[in-house]
Design a protein around this ligand. Structure first.
Ligand SMILES: *Cc1c(COP(=O)(O)O)cnc(C)c1O
Length: 381
């Protein structure tokens, strides 16, 4: 079969045919116990192979242009299982310094207990990764665009470096989603997602996923079946329903983000805008080269004297909200949430000021988003 297009994959790949009643959508199989006599596959929820889990994984693998995928109960389950599958006592991880806060905490709090060492890079350039590599480095983990400053890492360059030293690579592709970036095509070994974000897309699901070759997925599975952490089939089904519109949603959100970034950039009350789609972004050209679209996440800083906290309180339509990537626009102060466990110095070192606001752009009409921002600024001035 010819390679299917994005929205066709979203709609159709991994559908379970309802042979009994001929319904249009996948049935939900809630059994936690399946027959073991005369069967090819011994199915059990924690083995990640109930029908709904197995079939939705096909959709995720297809979206990431690879062979296989595993679905987890959260993004952190996906990332932790992936790390534990490829790192053991005595191994070393090189990890990008600008990174989702939860991943930073996981590495710092858990790795020492298992004798795994790590180095956070000093930056996101390929030289920074090279400088961090040691004899026993087994994996390089990157995040691009990164949270919350939307830095862009040169995926191909990092892959080339890693391959030259026989080191595996993994990426957190949550911010871009497969709609805007396909890292497997650029040589990355493993792609992980917080499916709580764009995959779910409606702020009502907590899930995660890893997509990779069958060989790597088998290795992760061997660890995951011991750790547990599979997603309930009810939620897997909801995730399938959500993912049918992944392409539509993310493209609409990306379009809105571009408009919003351009408008904020010219806004007299906005000091800085971080968005890879802007020509002023330091890695704009690289983003254009390695992404299909610039994504729907951006960050900005209000000018001195305008309080970021009060600004968010004054918003009426846009929600100050812990998470991101829903169809509704949300904002957050990274220093109070995702990066709250970092020290002030650590935050300053990576450029996260108290004025910084991260914006997850939704599907609302652009004029209504603009109006809400302007009315909130008017409340402060
Ligand atoms: C939210 C998020 C995670 C963690 O996912 P959970 O589903 O909250 O466990 C990891 N990486 C990125 C970039 C995220 O935004």
């Amino acid at each position: 079969m010819k390679k299917l297009g994005l929205n066709t994959i979203c709609t159709h790949v991994g559908e379970i045919k309802d042979k009994q009643f001929k319904g249009a959508v996948s049935p939900i199989y809630l059994s936690s116990s399946y027959e073991f006599l005369d069967v090819d596959v011994k199915r059990y929820p924690r083995y990640f192979n109930t029908p709904n889990q197995e079939y939705l994984a096909k959709k995720i693998a297809a979206l990431e242009h690879t062979e296989a995928a595993l679905i987890f109960g959260s993004g952190m389950a996906a990332i932790s299982h992936m790390f534990f599958a490829f790192l053991e006592k005595g191994d070393h991880l090189v990890v990008q310094n600008t990174l989702y806060g939860g991943t930073v905490n996981f590495i710092k709090e858990e790795f020492p207990k298992y004798g795994i060492t790590y180095t956070f890079t000093n930056g996101y350039k390929v030289e920074d990764f090279e400088a961090a590599i040691k004899e026993n480095t087994k994996l390089i983990h990157i995040e691009t665009p990164s949270n919350p400053l939307l830095t862009i890492t040169d995926i191909k360059a990092v892959v080339k470096l890693a391959k030259s030293k026989q080191i595996l690579t993994s990426i957190d592709n949550t911010f871009a989603s497969p709609v805007n970036q396909n890292p497997i095509d650029l040589g990355i070994d493993m792609v992980m997602h917080s499916a709580t974000k764009y995959f779910g897309g409606h702020s009502d699901i907590c899930a995660g996923a890893v997509a990779s070759s069958q060989e790597h997925i088998d290795r992760i599975w061997n660890v995951s079946k011991n750790l547990g952490g599979s997603l309930s089939d009810m939620t897997v089904w909801m995730l399938e329903r959500s993912m049918k519109t992944l392409g539509l949603r993310v493209k609409a959100q990306t379009k809105n983000a571009m408009k919003l970034a351009k408008w904020l950039y010219k806004h007299p009350k906005i000091a800085k805008v971080y968005y890879p789609g802007l020509k002023t972004h330091p890695e704009h050209k690289l983003a254009k080269l390695q992404m299909n679209g610039f994504g729907a996440m951006l960050s900005f800083e209000l000018i001195e004297g305008l309080d970021a906290y009060e600004f968010q309180k004054a918003l009426k339509l846009i929600k100050p909200s812990m998470s991101l990537a829903g169809i509704e626009s949300t904002v957050i102060s990274p220093h109070l949430t995702s990066h709250a466990l970092l020290t002030q110095e650590e935050r300053e070192a990576v450029g996260i000021s108290d004025q910084l606001i991260r914006f997850s752009v939704g599907i609302e009409e652009f004029k209504d988003v603009k109006r809400d921002i302007d009315q909130a600024i008017a409340v402060l001035t």
